[in-house]
Design a protein around this ligand. Structure first.
Ligand SMILES: Nc1nc2c(ncn2[C@@H]2O[C@H](COP(=O)(O)OP(=O)(O)OP(=O)(O)O)[C@@H](O)[C@H]2O)c(=O)[nH]1
Ligand SMILES: [Mg+2]
Length: 284
């Protein structure tokens, strides 16, 4: 029953701010997945939640932060199959360094090998998106990946490489199916209506064509793309939304974009990308 899910993504991609709201839904038990047992040590998760419930984003993780794991046993239904999920909150800086050095620290490599599912985060409108890798490094990586120089490429290079790490390391599921990868496009509340209706994969195709190509060609992983808003809006720059959020009504909470009869809509169940990745989702 022990399954681990890794959560990875570059700097500023929304990993930490997902974990707090995720725990709230798991704990309240109103999503596809609920917590089947009280987790051991979730102080850091509660700290994240405190920031968010005060109406602000939890701060970016420090480069030097010790690795923090959020470990919880989840189930889709009472008495149903359970899965122990381990969600490590690792600073994106470290993931990026792993790509640059082509080397993953051995303890994470072990974690990746143990995992049979992953969530890869990429964020809408991150100012970290335009920060290039140094040119020597990007050129070597470009040669390896075999594409032309292109604006915005560094993030693409990183994402393609992270997908490659996952291809090489995730283990097959117990049922023999391919490991699952949820691509999670975060801060999906920031996109305009048209982009929202085209869906998160179209966004990736437009912003990161290499990544879209890579995902389309993957044989070894089963991929699904989600649009996520962990907190439902921009707490930092949108005072009207922040007020709605603090009031705690139905218009002030996080959601996942799902497609229903060809229309994209907002589902308040932010456990969905994990439920699908662990194979405990009803929407298989
Ligand atoms: N609009 C919006 N912005 C979000 C949301 N979630 C995260 N953000 C923004 O994304 C920023 C980065 O989020 P973090 O959770 O710190 O990202 P991270 O991936 O943990 O970053 P590192 O710790 O650097 O790896 C936040 O400061 C917010 O500005 C969301 O649901 N909506
Ligand atoms: Mg973080």
């Amino acid at each position: 029953m022990s399954r681990s899910i890794v959560l990875l993504g570059g700097p500023d991609s929304g990993k930490t701010n997902y974990i707090g709201p995720l725990w709230r839904v798991l704990d309240a038990g109103n999503g596809e997945l609920h917590a089947a047992e009280q987790p051991d040590d979730i102080n850091f998760v509660l700290e994240i939640s405190d920031h968010i419930s005060a109406g602000g984003f939890a701060p970016r993780s420090e480069h030097s932060d010790a690795r923090r794991d959020f470990e919880v046993v989840v189930a889709a239904a009472k008495g149903g199959p359970q899965a122990r999920i381990v969600v490590p909150d690792i600073s994106g800086e470290l993931w990026r360094n792993a790509v640059i050095n082509s080397e993953i620290a051995s303890d994470w490599m072990d974690e990746l090998k143990r995992a049979d599912g992953a969530l890869l985060f990429v964020r809408v409108n991150s100012d970290q998106d335009v920060r290039p890798l140094d040119w020597v490094t990007s050129r070597t990586m470009l040669e390896r990946i075999g594409d032309e120089e292109e604006l915005g490429l560094p993030t693409q290079v990183m994402l393609c490489e992270l997908v490659r790490f996952l291809e090489n390391s995730l283990s097959s599921r117990e049922d023999g199916e391919r490991p699952r990868l949820s691509i999670v496009v975060t801060a999906w509340d920031l996109v305009d209506t048209e982009t929202f209706q085209r869906g998160p994969f179209a966004f990736i195709e437009r912003e990161y064509p290499l990544v879209a190509g890579k995902l389309t060609d993957l044989d070894s992983l089963d991929v699904r793309v989600f649009g996520l808003s962990s907190v439902g809006g921009d707490l930092k720059h949108d005072p009207v939304y922040r007020k709605a959020f603090l009031e705690g009504g139905p218009d002030g909470r996080g959601w996942v974009a799902v497609i229903e009869s060809e229309e994209w809509t907002k589902d308040p169940d932010i456990t969905l990308p994990i439920a699908w990745a662990v194979g405990l989702s009803s929407c298989d």
